[in-house]
Design a protein around this ligand. Structure first.
Ligand SMILES: CCCCCCCCCCCCCCCCCC(=O)SCCNC(=O)CCNC(=O)[C@H](O)C(C)(C)COP(=O)(O)OP(=O)(O)OC[C@H]1O[C@@H](n2cnc3c(N)ncnc32)[C@H](O)[C@@H]1OP(=O)(O)O
Ligand SMILES: Cc1cc2nc3c(=O)[nH]c(=O)nc-3n(C[C@H](O)[C@H](O)[C@H](O)COP(=O)(O)OP(=O)(O)OC[C@H]3O[C@@H](n4cnc5c(N)ncnc54)[C@H](O)[C@@H]3O)c2cc1C
Length: 664
């Protein structure tokens, strides 16, 4: 068989819904669809943004190429007078981690969130025009998760009205900040504030790192790249850096002073905003990471789904074509839950963006009441969605068999770029434990008359949820969203209450928390899955136009929650939320839903509207023309530049000769 063009054309004819309308649902609105469609094509059609050789370039060339692309992207953004939204879409579709991610994604938000109006006025215009380039320098060699444990010091010198930034130990060296190693001129540096010999916790400081004239480090600053990271190409386009300070002086007004101020005489004055706002940039980025999870997962799923329709293996009858691997039930049971998860994460990401916007507006009006909810949701959902996505990309690689292991499948690089999302912006377990603390606090306050709010509101019905009995009697009952929601609520509530009961037996609550932390993480997973399920169900209550679109989303929603129910049936059974019979009925219904996804699978991934450039995968090509393109690409590998490889005369020939003479 030559290529698979016909298979995908046939597949597209099977779709039972309006794909164009689904594209709009996926994008979020007509407006965002129009922008992302236009900008993704602009990037795809510009050879300057080609990614073809990325996995083959040595680090120095790779990095220089990233600089070239970033600078060209900036030129295009200015030449075309792109809006902020269009510019960020352009950077997204260029699809190459770069210092610009940290400049726009963390340095600017840190100044916006933690700087006073005056500081914003001074620094933001420079940053917006990229007259300075910034990074977010928090993590150190010795501490990342434990932010309170950071060792860099910022000591106020009242004589000169300056802070002295210093790295007192090797472990206090800043280590990991993206964009720091080779590019940033400035950084928001997190350090321990000391005035008059007293410590006042961790604060952010704007520190110039390199001279604007010749890019050399300023006196007292040692700076460099931390070295190669996992995978070819992948995150090695980023200059994650190391930074040490030897008594570097900065003016007092370069401490970000929205949360606390240091006066001319060295007094620390707390403003009325909570100190947790120092962590605000992380909350913002965690929220964007949840949105990004649906992008990364949908990309892998798009590749694996298209290839599964092209690939045939076994099952030929009377010389007819073999079976498309997508028709194997095992393939469907691994692939379709990931497809459903991509949609689920899209909608929960949309909701989280709304929540974050709402919290930001409240903060501006000095209403801090929803900050704990924002922290819990961003931390929990960041952990859940990145873990599922990282595992999901690897599963998609396996779903593509041997060819998935080739760099030209796009999957190895996608995995290597994506997998640190489980670590950066908060290690997933550390963040889950943050949510666990909030859950336990909520449970402990249940009798006090203080009603839980937001995503914890279901805990307010604890008596009912503890007595709940699921009344599913036949498989189709599992299509009822009210039944499903209650089952997920009861499971999450019972797991939390069970942890709280065990905790209460410890004389020392901290000891108990440490001892039970693995169980607590499981309760948090149940709570976060409930959030995702409930936001998917809420989405279905909206008016969704387009023939068959809502119906397809209903099917995907069912796949999402029934797959979770099946995978975690141990939880549901152990907490007596469902009986073994009901769990078995759920699985029967899940199989029915898989067969409803099957004819629509290709159209459902087409709805992501990804260009071949963005997908970067021969297996995931829109036209399905896989084999000729794989064959063609092999010959482009530098190893095939010559028929006889370099090293033949030195290593192969002597070996063969030796074996020949041994025979003789
Ligand atoms: C279509 C769309 C596409 C979009 C595309 C966009 C693309 C996106 C891609 C993004 C790429 C990003 C590139 C990578 C960047 C990586 C950057 C980093 O890693 S940078 C480095 C990232 N580094 C990390 O993430 C470090 C992780 N570690 C931490 O965050 C903290 O150390 C800690 C939270 C674990 C503990 O902190 P500690 O101080 O010991 O705190 P305690 O436990 O004692 O709690 C005290 C109280 O505070 C509360 N609270 C806590 N946090 C927050 C918060 N954020 N807020 C509010 N509240 C918070 C807590 O609940 C408690 O409340 P209460 O009980 O008193 O009421
Ligand atoms: C690609 C990449 C980019 C990054 N970019 C930046 C950046 O731009 N700026 C920046 O400042 N930082 C950056 N970081 C650093 C990143 O934020 C930290 O690595 C991250 O927060 C995890 O911290 P850690 O390395 O200290 O992990 P550790 O906390 O040392 O984790 C090690 C292990 O210990 C476990 N563990 C730790 N604490 C606990 C606990 N209390 N209970 C149970 N288990 C625990 C963790 O689960 C993990 O398994 C980046 C990191 C990466 C990988």
């Amino acid at each position: 068989m030559e290529g698979g063009v016909d298979y995908l054309a046939d597949e597209r004819k099977k779709a039972e819904f309006d794909v164009q309308q689904m594209k709009i649902v996926w994008a979020g609105s007509h407006h965002t669809f129009e922008i992302s469609d236009r900008i993704s094509k602009l990037v795809a059609n510009d050879p300057a943004f080609s990614k073809d050789e990325r996995t083959m370039l040595p680090r120095k060339e790779l990095f220089k190429n990233t600089l070239r692309k970033a600078s060209y992207a900036w030129k295009r953004i200015n030449d075309l007078h792109l809006s902020e939204e269009e510019a960020s879409q352009l950077r997204f579709y260029v699809d190459e981690p770069a210092f610009t991610d940290l400049h726009w994604g963390m340095f600017i938000p840190a100044i916006k969130g933690q700087g006073t109006d005056e500081q914003q006025k001074k620094w933001l215009p420079l940053a917006y025009k990229m007259q300075i380039i910034g990074c977010y320098a928090q993590t150190e060699l010795g501490h990342g998760s434990n932010v309170q444990g950071l060792e860099t010091t910022a000591t106020f010198d009242p004589q000169t009205d300056e802070f002295v930034i210093h790295s007192p130990t090797l472990t206090s060296s800043k280590w990991w900040p993206g964009g720091l190693g080779k590019v940033s001129t400035h950084g928001v540096v997190y350090a321990r504030l000391i005035t008059d010999g007293q410590e006042h916790g961790i604060h952010g400081f704007i520190v110039q790192l390199r001279r604007l004239e010749d890019h050399r480090p300023l006196p007292g600053i040692i700076i460099g790249d931390i070295g190669m990271k996992f995978g070819n190409g992948a995150y090695n386009t980023m200059d994650n850096g190391v930074l040490r300070f030897d008594h570097v002086r900065i003016p007092r007004d370069q401490m970000l002073m929205r949360v606390s101020q240091v006066t001319r005489d060295g007094k620390v004055v707390q403003s009325d905003v909570p100190r947790q706002l120092v962590y605000g940039t992380m909350v913002y980025v965690r929220q964007t990471i949840v949105q990004d999870a649906s992008c990364a997962l949908s990309r892998a799923v798009c590749i694996a789904t298209r290839y599964s329709a092209v690939r045939r293996q076994f099952g030929s009858h009377n010389g007819g074509p073999e079976t498309q691997v997508i028709d194997y039930k095992t393939q469907q049971s691994r692939l379709f839950p990931l497809l459903a998860s991509a949609y689920a994460f899209r909608f929960v990401g949309e909701w989280l963006k709304w929540l974050y916007t709402d919290v930001t507006q409240r903060l501006q009006a000095n209403d801090f009441s929803t900050l704990p909810e924002a922290h819990a949701c961003t931390a929990g959902l960041k952990s859940l969605t990145t873990s599922v996505t990282a595992d999901g990309i690897e599963e998609c690689r396996k779903l593509c068999g041997g060819h998935g292991y080739l760099c030209t499948s796009g999957l190895p690089e996608l995995f290597a770029v994506y997998v640190p999302a489980c670590t950066y912006e908060g290690d997933n377990i550390v963040l889950m434990l943050q949510v666990a603390r909030i859950l336990m606090k909520t449970v402990s306050q249940l009798g006090s008359g203080k009603l839980p709010v937001g995503t914890m509101a279901y805990m307010g019905r604890i008596e009912h949820l503890l007595q709940y009995r699921c009344n599913v009697q036949k498989a189709e009952d599992w299509l009822n969203p009210a039944i499903v929601l209650e089952a997920f609520e009861a499971r999450a509530a019972r797991m939390s209450v069970s942890c709280a009961k065990k905790l209460s037996k410890f004389a020392n609550p901290e000891e108990g928390f440490a001892e039970l932390s693995a169980d607590l993480v499981e309760a948090v997973v149940a709570h976060c899955q409930l959030i995702v399920v409930s936001k998917f169900i809420e989405k279905l209550q909206q008016d969704i136009p387009g023939k068959g679109v809502k119906q397809q989303l209903k099917v995907l929603c069912g796949v999402y929650y029934l797959f979770l129910l099946h995978k975690h049936q141990g939880d549901f059974l152990a907490t007596s939320c469902v009986t073994p019979k009901q769990a078995s009925l759920a699985n029967d219904q899940l199989r029915v839903l898989y067969s409803q996804v099957r004819p629509n699978a290709i159209a459902l991934v087409d709805a992501f509207n990804y260009t071949d450039h963005f997908l970067g995968s021969i297996l995931g090509r829109y036209d399905g023309n896989v084999y000729p393109k794989l064959y063609e690409a092999a010959w482009k590998d530098p190893l095939n530049d010559s028929v006889v490889p370099d090293g033949y005369h030195q290593y192969i020939r002597p070996l063969l000769k030796q074996q020949r003479s041994a025979k003789l």
